[in-house]
Ligand binder design. Structure first.
Ligand code: NI
Length: 225
């Protein structure tokens, strides 16, 4: 697949206008199934837990308490074969179309939203996690490992929200023990938010300043991404 053939000029334009892009296919469903097997294994052995690379993004992360939104940082450290995934190559090629040819790959993380989880990942801008003395030309690629639906917690974006500054954030639930951040949405208009359900093998791309959220997982299956 030629780099320039991955997405159309119209899709590039949509991304810069809206701050996000949803694609139905960046890799095969076979590769998604392969990654899903590795992913489930890493969570089952609690990979990274002792080093602080596996933690609960949305809960208080007490030992022995079920995690609300368990996350593994740098999963390829525990399963190096993930580095060969075609979706990584394709995500970088598309990123270079969106941000420019100098774009480099930063890293990965795995986020698991258990089935029947009433916990949404609250509205935030990724850049709120980073050093506020810089502005970033950066995007995140979200790759679900099954179909992503409104019911199981697909991505939502506020179109055009990347054109504003980084807004004030706080710990989720205003609980300083929680790793994750949330926007203080009091008085903030989210009525324009757009849900992006995508099939397995698809991905969403969003700028580090784009407001985004995933809903609770109301199904009985885990939502893996
Ligand atoms: Ni985010």
């Amino acid at each position: 697949m030629a780099e320039s053939a991955l997405i159309t000029p119209r899709q590039v334009e949509f991304f810069h206008e809206n701050g996000y892009l949803a694609l139905d296919s960046i890799t095969s469903v076979d590769e998604v199934a392969w990654i899903r097997g590795i992913y489930d294994h890493l969570f089952s052995i609690r990979a990274g837990r002792e080093e602080g690379n596996q933690f609960d993004l949305a809960g208080t992360d007490e030992e022995g308490k079920e995690a609300a939104l368990p996350q593994i940082l740098d999963p390829s450290k525990y399963a190096p074969e993930l580095k060969t995934a075609k979706c990584l190559t394709n995500a970088l090629s598309i990123t270079r179309q969106l941000l420019g040819p100098d774009a480099v790959h930063g890293g990965e993380h795995a986020i698991l939203k258990p089935g029947g989880s009433a916990v949404p990942t609250p509205w935030h801008q990724d850049e709120a996690y980073w050093d506020p003395s810089f502005r970033y030309n950066s995007l995140s690629v979200w790759i679900p490992l099954q179909e992503a639906t409104i019911e199981n917690g697909c991505m939502w974006f506020v179109p055009g929200s990347h054109k504003q500054d980084i807004l004030p954030h706080r710990s989720i639930g205003n609980d300083p023990r929680v790793h994750g951040l949330e926007l203080d949405v009091a008085g903030f208009d989210l009525s324009q938010a757009v849900a992006c359900p995508i099939p397995a093998g698809g991905a969403t791309f969003h700028l580090s300043s784009t407001l985004h959220y995933t809903g609770p997982n109301l199904t009985d299956q885990p939502r893996r991404a």
